[in-house]
Design a protein around this ligand. Structure first.
Ligand SMILES: Cc1cc2nc3c(=O)[nH]c(=O)nc-3n(C[C@H](O)[C@H](O)[C@H](O)COP(=O)(O)O)c2cc1C
Length: 257
């Protein structure tokens, strides 16, 4: 797993290739369902939204949810190619596409390269005042839609309260759609995330509840897989930018006549 800029979002050491292999061998789905086995590993960029370093409110929940989602992706045989941490970018001053190629700051270029190489995305947001994390949106705003488009995304939200960040999740949908990485219909909402996952992203809940969480997560990730694989295969036959070119000068290039 590659972490862009900061590892704070997960608070753990990068996985080694060996540990990824172990994850594949131990996966709960990869060999158990025929449909999953036909999908080859998707390069997934996870974009996190938690920027808090201190409470209250306590605890800080973002890293727990992100760890669970990353390990769920890995256990399905996918590669988390980067985890983007919003605290590694300042508020938007100049987006990636506004720089001349040779002057892009290296950190920004590293993120852009990861986003461009991805097959799909997972956006993980807390709910702050019924809205998605401004840090997550700040990351998205730094990059043009050509990096994201024609690839699917999945939305994960969480909160300390009973609604699991659903309002934030819904507000994120049009933003991801505008970037061209259409969100799959199933979302993952985690209410009272402090009672579901420990700091390592392992379950606190026991027994049937764990399976229920895994099944709920799988519904969303299997949709992401389906679309991710479909998009990847179709791109080999039809270049999406040939049929729908990215605008090169200004958004007015897509105006109605
Ligand atoms: C500024 C702020 C606004 C919040 N607004 C909401 C909210 O609208 N809905 C909700 O369920 N929880 C809200 N909470 C509580 C969060 O769900 C909880 O603090 C959660 O841990 C935030 O994620 P984080 O720990 O990754 O920052 C808010 C917390 C903060 C700090």
């Amino acid at each position: 797993m590659r972490y862009i800029i900061s590892q704070r979002s997960l608070g753990r050491q990068p996985l080694t290739p060996l540990s990824i292999c172990v994850a594949l061998l131990c996966c709960r789905h990869f060999s158990s369902t025929a449909t999953t086995a036909t999908v080859s590993a998707l390069k997934t960029v996870v974009i996190t939204g938690s920027t808090r370093t201190e409470g209250p409110p306590r605890p800080i929940l973002g890293p727990r949810v992100a760890r669970y989602i990353c390990s769920s992706l890995e256990s399905r045989g996918h590669v988390v190619s980067a985890v983007l941490d919003p605290s590694s970018l300042l508020l938007l001053e100049k987006p990636h596409f506004a720089y001349s190629k040779r002057q892009v700051p290296p950190k920004l270029q590293e993120m852009a390269d990861a986003l461009e190489a991805a097959d799909c995305y997972v956006a993980i947001t807390p709910e702050y005042n019924h809205a998605p994390s401004p840090g997550l949106i700040n990351i998205l705003n730094h990059f043009g839609s050509s990096l994201f488009s024609f690839k699917p995304s999945a939305i994960v939200s969480y909160s300390a309260g009973q609604w699991g960040g659903t309002r934030a999740a819904h507000a994120l949908r049009p933003i991801l759609s505008e970037l061209g990485c259409l969100p799959v219909s199933a979302m993952i909402h985690v209410p009272q995330a402090q009672d579901v996952f420990d700091e390592q992203g392992n379950f606190i809940v026991v027994g049937d509840e764990q399976q229920q969480w895994d099944a709920y997560t799988d519904r969303c990730l299997s949709q992401l897989e389906w679309w991710g694989e479909a998009a990847r295969q179709h791109k080999q036959r039809v270049d999406p930018f040939q049929v729908s070119p990215a605008f090169t000068k200004s958004p007015t290039q897509r105006n109605a006549p």
